[in-house]
Design a protein around this ligand. Structure first.
Ligand code: XMP
Length: 567
C-alpha cells in the first residue's frame, strides 16, 4: 500500500524558498519540502486510510463551509478520541466513504444560504442516512435544503448568550445543565424550521437555538467548538457517541502502533533521510521512523551556528547517545556566518539562511548514496492551510524558513507520518514513544534561529551576547514554572545602545528586550503578564551576567499588530 508516495522531479532551479507560505505549527520543521514537492509537480498524498487502519476505522467528517472555527471542531472531536477530518463541501463521496464515516458535521461559514451560489451540502449527506449536526451556517444549510426558512436576523447575535434547554431527554443534550452559556456569531437566523423538526433549546434572540428531528439530524445556532461555550464539548461528544455510535478508538497508542506497522511496510528495505532540528515535530517523526526501521534511517543535523546555548549538544545526546539514532552532525556555523556578513534586512537574512541550509543538506545527503525516502514533520493544520491557501490572496508578512532541503539528482518519496495530527496529538505520540518531557514540551524555535532575534548584522560577538541573555530568560522562566504555559519566551538583541552607570563608571551598552507570549497556534498571541518580581530577576541577572548589556525592556505588544519574532 503506497500511501505517502510523491515522486519528485529534479529541477533544482525551482527550489525558491521565497514563495513559501507561513506554517501554523510555529516550529522548526521540514515542511518546506512539501512546497518544493508541489512546485516540482508532485501531488499531495491523499491517503485517508493512513490515519487509522482497517476494521477499527470510524470517523466523523466535518464538511467545511469556511468558518474560522472549522478546524477547531475537528480538534474537539478528536479530543473525544474519535477520529475526525475536515473536508471541503465538494468532496466526492468515494473519498468520504473510504474513511468509514459515522456522522457529518456541517461547519459554520461566512455565506448566506439564500444568496445565489451559496455553498450547500452535497445530496449524499442526506441520502447516507447518517447523523448530521449543522453548526451555525451548517444549521442554516440544513434548514434551507430540507424546506425551512432562513432570514437575515433583525438583530445580529454576536457574543455570549444563555441557552435554555427545553428538551432534556434528547441524547444530544445529555449531561448538560438546563441553562448554559453559549457563544453566538450569526447574522442570519432560522425563521421556520423544516418539516419534522422541533426546537430543543432557545436563547433570548434565537427561538430555535437547537433543533432536531427523528432522523438524527440536528442544528445548533451557536458555536459549541469555541472555549466561550464551556459545555460545547459535551454536546459534540454526545453527538459522536450517543447519536453516531462511535466507540472512541482514536488514541495515540493505537495511532503509534498503526503508524509503526505502516512505515515498515512502506519503506521495506529502503533508506530514509530526515532533517533533524530538535523541534518537537521533527523529533517525533525521527523517533517514530527509527522505531520502525532502525538504522535504515539517517538523520542530518545541521548546526547553522544560530542555535541557543547547549542546544547542539543536547539534541545530539538525546538522539544519538540515548536513542541510538544514526546522525550526521554538520557544524556549518562558519559557513552561515560568512553568508550573513553585512546582511541587515530581515527578509534577506531568511532567504540567505534558507538557501544555505539547502546547499549543506544536499551536500551531506549526496554523500550517503542512494536514498529512497525523505521524512518530514507536516502537521494537519499545515495540510488544511495549504489546501485552502491556493484560493486566498494573502499578504506575505514573513518568509518562514523551515529546516529543509532537497537532495539534488534524487527521486524521493515523502514519508509524513504526522500528516493527520494536531500539535497536541504529536506531543502525545512523543510521550508514547518515550521521548523526554523536555523535548516534548519544547517551545517553538524558528528555523532561522537567533539570526532573526538579532536586529541588524549577525556577528559571532552578538550571537554570544544573545545566547547569554537568552539563557538567563529561559532559566528564570523555568525556575518560575512558567515554561509550559508560555507559547514562547526569549530575548532579543536590539541594535540600540544606551548610556548607563555601573559602580562609578559610565557604560554604553546594548539594549536587550524580553518577549514572552501566550498563544494557541501562533496566528495570534498576547504578551504574557509575567510577575514583576520575575521580570526584575531576569533584568538584574542579564545586566550582571552579560557585560555588554546595560538596559533591559519588556515587549508588551500582542500579535497583531506585532509579530512574535522581531524580524
Ligand atoms: P511570527 O513572528 O510570524 O511567528 O509571529 C509565528 C511563529 O512562527 C515561528 N517562526 C518560524 N518558524 N521558521 C519556523 O519554523 C521560520 O522561519 C519562522 N519564523 C517565525 C515563531 O517563532 C512563532 O512561533
Amino acid at each position: 500500500m503506497v500511501i505517502f508516495g510523491i515522486e519528485m522531479t529534479k529541477d533544482k532551479s525551482k527550489q525558491d524558498l521565497g514563495s513559501h507560505r507561513v506554517t501554523t505549527s510555529g516550529d522548526i520543521e521540514v515542511s518546506t519540502y512539501l512546497e518544493i514537492a508541489k512546485e516540482l509537480g508532485g501531488e499531495q498524498p491523499s491517503a485517508p486510510e493512513e490515519a487509522i487502519s482497517g476494521a477499527e476505522r470510524e470517523a466523523i467528517i466535518v464538511i467545511d463551509f469556511g468558518s474560522q472555527y472549522s478546524l477547531l471542531i475537528a480538534r474537539r472531536i478528536r479530543e473525544c478520541q474519535v477520529y475526525c477530518e475536515l473536508l471541503p463541501y465538494d468532496t466526492p463521496w468515494e473519498k468520504i466513504i473510504s474513511l468509514n464515516p459515522k456522522g457529518f458535521i456541517l461547519s459554520g461559514g461566512p455565506a448566506s444560504v439564500y444568496e445565489p451560489g451559496a455553498p450547500l451540502a452535497p445530496a449524499y449527506i442526506y441520502e447516507s442516512n447518517l447523523p448530521i449536526l449543522g453548526i451555525c451556517y451548517g444549521m442554516q444549510v440544513i434548514t434551507h435544503q430540507l424546506g425551512g426558512k432562513v432570514m437575515p436576523a433583525t438583530k445580529h447575535e454576536y457574543g455570549h448568550a444563555v441557552l435554555h434547554v427545553s428538551n432534556v431527554d434528547s441524547p444530544l443534550l445529555a449531561d448538560l445543565d438546563t441553562s448554559l452559556p453559549v457563544w453566538m456569531s450569526h447574522g442570519d437566523q432560522i425563521e421556520e424550521m423544516p418539516p419534522g423538526f422541533s426546537a430543543l433549546a432557545y436563547t433570548e434572540g434565537s427561538p430555535f437555538a437547537i433543533m432536531g428531528n427523528d432522523k438524527r439530524i440536528f442544528g445548533l445556532q451557536f458555536h459549541p467548538e469555541v472555549a466561550h461555550t464551556p459545555q460545547g464539548k459535551t454536546i459534540l461528544k454526545n453527538f459522536a457517541y450517543r447519536i453516531c455510535g462511535c466507540r472512541g478508538n482514536w488514541t495515540m497508542g493505537n495511532f503509534t502502533k498503526d503508524s509503526l506497522a505502516r512505515i515498515k511496510e512502506q519503506v521495506g528495505r529502503g533508506k530514509v533521510i530526515n532533517a533533524l532540528s530538535g523541534g518537537v515535530d521533527s523529533a517525533v517523526v525521527a523517533t517514530l521512523i527509527h522505531r520502525a526501521i532502525g538504522n535504515q534511517l539517517t538523520c542530518i543535523f545541521v548546526n547553522n551556528g544560530l542555535l541557543r546555548r547547549e542546544e547542539v549538544e543536547r539534541t545530539f545526546n538525546i538522539f544519538h547517545l540515548n536513542l541510538g539514532m544514526n546522525i550526521i552532525h554538520i557544524d556549518a556555523s562558519e559557513r552561515f556566518l560568512h553568508c550573513l556578513k553585512g546582511v541587515v534586512n530581515p527578509e534577506v537574512k531568511r532567504k540567505v539562511i534558507g538557501e544555505e541550509f539547502i546547499k549543506v543538506f544536499e551536500e551531506e545527503a549526496s554523500r550517503i548514496g542512494k536514498v529512497d525516502f525523505l521524512a518530514q514533520g507536516t502537521l494537519y493544520p499545515d495540510v488544511i492551510e495549504s489546501a485552502s491557501s491556493g484560493s486566498k490572496a494573502s499578504a506575505k508578512i514573513k518568509t518562514h524558513h523551515n529546516v529543509g532541503g532537497l537532495p539534488a539528482k534524487m527521486t524521493l518519496n515523502l514519508i509524513e507520518p504526522l500528516r493527520y495530527l494536531f500539535k497536541d496529538e504529536v506531543r502525545q505520540v512523543g510521550l508514547e514513544l518515550g521521548l523526554p518531557e523536555e523535548m516534548i514540551w519544547r517551545q517553538p524555535f524558528p528555523g532561522p534561529g537567533l539570526a532573526i532575534r538579532i536586529i541588524g548584522e549577525v556577528t559571532k560577538e552578538k550571537l554570544e551576547i544573545l545566547r547569554s541573555a537568552d539563557w538567563v530568560v529561559m532559566n528564570e522562566i523555568k525556575k518560575a514554572k512558567l515554561y509550559r504555559q508560555l507559547w514562547q519566551s526569549f530575548a532579543i538583541l536590539t541594535d540600540v545602545k544606551s548610556v548607563g552607570v555601573m559602580g562609578d563608571f559610565r557604560t554604553y551598552g546594548y539594549l536587550v528586550s524580553i518577549r514572552a507570549v501566550t498563544s494557541e497556534d501562533a496566528m495570534t498571541a498576547d504578551w504574557a503578564r509575567l510577575p514583576y518580581d520575575l521580570l526584575a530577576r531576569i533584568s538584574n541577572r542579564i545586566v550582571n551576567e552579560v557585560p555588554e548589556v546595560n538596559r533591559v525592556v519588556y515587549d508588551i505588544t500582542s500579535k497583531p499588530p506585532s509579530t512574535i519574532e522581531w524580524e
